[in-house]
Design a binder for this molecule. Structure first.
Ligand SMILES: C[S@@+](CC[C@H](N)C(=O)[O-])C[C@H]1O[C@@H](n2cnc3c(N)ncnc32)[C@H](O)[C@@H]1O
Length: 292
């Protein structure tokens, strides 16, 4: 679809009988379980862990948990940096409508194949669409106050501009063709993965500023992110994002730690005995904002 086309035709109203003032379809017992601020996810067969297909995919379980927490059936979910469409798969499983944007056509083509394979129940009435384009153009495609949840994992600034050590991959797979090499999403100057931190934070804030009017009041906006380490300095990307989101009108609500210890290989010693550095591969941030 061309970037200047008219709004897309997609449903956004709830189709379940849950009460209107409830933010999800969970019962009280499930709600209590979700109050824990440390989340752990397990990969399933449908998860794509091949870095040749995409270098940074989150597990289906991550957007699934957010969708269950922040939407009701039939509502609309947005993933502004969709990659290979993990959020769209989760939305399809949970009978939510969804739209995903990605700059890279290769990933959008992959999503289309992936979605076709995932369509287990043809009777479902929801739609999941993948659009190739810059996330800055999202307001051209969606109507105001239609989105119930925006959940995404944006590029982690120039994080991929480092040689891959593949610490989160087990066994022989670790020494794949990217081991010790740089693997970027693209060289497109609008790709947030090519930007230095300041430019990155500004570009991200500009994109979210455009998304804000599209969200329903009190709709949640979830960002999965990690900090940057460069030349023995920690750059707290997560706090720059919190600040930037506040400036463009979002209210910061929750910080969740994605516990990734289970995914980390045996590791060597870093910094011993004088320079204590925690392994950034052992956790990531899940930042939760809402539209006040
Ligand atoms: C961390 S990945 C998302 C992966 C996704 N969560 C998944 O599981 O497949 C970030 C994505 O943002 C895309 N991207 C970078 N800059 C963009 C922009 N300005 N607009 C839209 N997508 C962009 C990249 O192509 C990349 O696929």
């Amino acid at each position: 679809m061309p970037e200047n086309s008219k709004k897309i035709d997609i449903e956004y109203k709830k189709t379940c009988d849950c009460q209107d003032n409830h933010i999800n379809c969970l019962d009280a017992k499930e709600w209590v379980k979700n109050q824990v601020a440390v989340w752990e996810f397990f990969y399933e067969k449908r998860d794509v862990r091949d870095k040749n297909i995409h270098p940074a995919v989150f597990p289906i379980a991550l957007p699934k948990k957010c969708i269950e927490l922040f939407t009701q059936k039939g509502e609309l979910v947005l993933d502004s940096f969709a990659g290979i469409g993990t959020t769209l798969i989760a939305a399809q499983d949970l009978e939510r409508n969804a739209v995903g944007f990605d700059l890279n056509k290769k990933y959008i083509d992959y999503i289309k194949k992936r979605m076709a394979q995932n369509r287990l129940d043809l009777g479902r009435k929801t739609k999941q669409l993948a659009i190739c384009g810059d996330a800055i153009n999202i307001p051209k495609y969606l109507e105001k106050e239609t989105i119930s949840l925006c959940v995404t994992s944006p590029p982690y600034a120039i994080m991929l501009n480092h040689k891959r050590l593949n610490k989160s991959i087990r066994g022989n797979l670790r020494e794949n063709k990217y081991f010790n090499k740089i693997q970027q999403y693209s060289n497109n100057p609008r790709d947030l993965g090519t930007m230095k931190l300041k430019e990155y934070t500004e570009a991200l804030a500009e994109i979210y500023k455009g998304i804000l009017p599209l969200l329903k009041p009190k709709a949640h906006c979830v960002i999965n992110i990690n900090d940057l380490w460069e030349n023995n300095h920690r750059y707290p990307t997560h706090s720059y994002i919190i600040e930037a989101m506040d400036k463009v009108g979002y209210e910061f609500r929750n910080i969740i730690i994605w516990d990734k210890r289970d995914l980390v290989n045996k590791v060597g010693i870093y910094g011993w005995p004088s320079n204590y550095i925690t392994l950034s591969t052992t956790f990531e941030y899940i930042l939760d904002f809402w539209k006040p």
